[in-house]
Design a protein around this ligand. Structure first.
Ligand code: 2RA
Length: 340
C-alpha cells in the first residue's frame, strides 16, 4: 500500500517540478492530487505519463492524505498548512514561513536526516532556501572532517528563483535589447536584468544585508552547526535556471585540496567536476534537470592557514526546492510513516 500525496501549488515552477520528480523517482504513491488556487482551477499538469487536473486548494479536505508538498508562498501557507497538518497530513513546505520555527525541522536529507524525528510537533517540515540547500550539501562532509569555522559565499542566482515573472522578464528584456522600440523596463527586478547583474534579492535588513543573505546565515546554522560563521552576498544574474556559488571556507583543522576533493567525490548528492583545464568545471546551463550538486574549482585559499575555495552549481528548482522536498518525503516514508 502506497501513500496518498498532495502537491499544492501544482501550476507553479516548483510545483510542476515536484510532480516531475515524484514520477521520476517513482515515489510509492497510490494517489497524487494536484492543488491550485481557484484562478488556476482545472489546469492540466503532468505527472509522469499521466495528466492531472488541478483541484481547488481553498476547499480541499486533506483528511486521509499522508503527505502534502507545498509550493504556494508564505501567505497561502499560513492559511493552508495548519489546516492540512490538523487533518493529519504531514506538510513539507517550500516557503520560508516555518524555516526558523524551533518546533519545525528544516531538513536537507544528505545533511541532517535525523532532524525528521521532530516533525510531529506541528506535523510540518520546512524546506530550505534554494541557495542554502546546495551550499550545505557541499559544507557538511567538509565540516565533518575538518570543522568549518567560517564561510564567505557569493551567489549568482538565476531568475527562475523569482518565479515565472522572473523568467519572463529576462526573456522579454533580452529580446527587446535588439529592438529599441520595444523597451521592456524593470518590473519584477529593481533594475534591468538582461546583460546585467543585481546585488539585491528579497528585502534589505537593518544591517544592510538582504533577507536572502540573512536566510543563508540562519539556515546554515540551523541545518549544519549554529557555531559556523557565515557571510553572504546574493546576486541575481541573467541565467534562466541554475544557481552558482563561490564558496570560501575556513576550517579548524587543516584540509588540503586533494583530500577535500576525495571527500566530496564520495559524499551524497555531490558530483565533482574539477579539472584545471578549459571546461574542467560546471556552469549553470549544464546542471539544469539534474539532481546533483556540482562542485568545481576546489583549491586552497593560501591567504589563511586552513582555507579552501569551491565553485558550487545546482538546479535551483530541483535540489534548491522540489527535489529536496521529495527527498524529505522519501525520508519521512522510510523512517516514520513506513507505508509503501
Ligand atoms: C530566489 N532564493 O532565488 C530566492 C527564492 N527562491 O529568488
Amino acid at each position: 500500500m502506497g501513500y496518498r500525496i498532495v502537491v499544492a501549488g501544482a501550476t507553479g515552477n516548483v510545483g510542476r517540478e515536484m510532480l516531475n520528480i515524484l514520477a521520476e523517482r517513482q515515489f510509492p504513491a497510490d494517489e497524487v492530487v494536484a492543488l491550485a488556487s481557484r484562478k488556476s482551477l482545472g489546469t492540466q499538469v503532468s505527472f509522469g505519463d499521466e495528466t492531472l487536473k488541478t483541484k481547488d486548494l481553498d476547499t480541499f479536505d486533506f483528511t486521509g492524505f499522508d503527505i502534502a508538498l507545498f509550493a504556494i508562498g508564505s501567505d497561502a501557507t499560513k492559511i493552508y498548512a495548519p489546516k492540512a497538518a490538523k487533518a493529519g497530513c504531514v506538510v513539507i513546505d517550500n516557503s520560508s514561513l516555518y524555516r526558523y520555527d524551533p518546533d519545525v525541522p528544516l531538513i536537507v536529507p544528505e545533511v541532517n536526516p535525523d532532524a525528521i524525528e521532530g516533525y510531529s510537533k506541528k506535523n510540518i517540515i520546512a524546506n530550505p532556501n534554494c541557495s542554502t540547500a546546495q551550499m550545505v550539501v557541499a559544507l557538511k562532509p567538509l565540516h565533518d572532517r575538518a570543522k568549518i569555522k567560517r564561510v564567505v559565499v557569493s551567489t549568482y542566482q538565476s531568475v527562475s528563483g523569482a518565479g515565472k515573472e522572473g523568467i519572463d522578464e529576462l526573456w522579454d528584456q533580452t529580446k527587446s535589447i535588439y529592438n529599441p522600440t520595444d523597451n521592456k523596463p524593470a518590473k519584477k527586478f529593481t533594475k534591468q536584468i538582461a546583460f546585467n547583474v543585481i546585488p539585491h534579492i528579497d528585502v534589505f535588513m537593518e544591517d544592510g544585508s538582504t533577507k536572502e543573505e540573512w536566510k543563508m546565515v540562519a539556515e546554515t546554522k540551523k541545518i549544519v552547526d549554529p557555531k559556523i560563521k557565515v557571510t553572504a552576498t546574493c546576486v541575481r544574474v541573467p541565467v534562466f535556471v541554475g544557481h552558482s556559488e563561490a564558496i570560501n571556507i575556513e576550517t579548524e583543522e587543516h584540509l588540503d585540496e586533494d583530500e577535500a576533493r576525495d571527500i566530496l567525490r564520495v559524499s551524497p548528492g555531490i558530483m565533482v567536476v574539477d579539472k584545471r583545464e578549459d571546461g574542467g568545471y560546471v556552469t549553470p546551463i549544464e546542471c539544469v534537470g539534474d539532481f546533483a550538486t556540482f562542485i568545481s574549482r576546489i583549491r586552497q585559499d593560501s591567504t589563511i592557514d586552513n582555507g579552501l575555495n569551491l565553485w558550487c552549481v545546482s538546479d535551483n528548482l530541483r535540489k534548491g526546492a522540489a527535489l529536496n522536498a521529495v527527498q524529505i518525503a522519501e525520508l519521512l516514508g522510510n523512517r516514520i510513516l513506513k507505508k509503501g
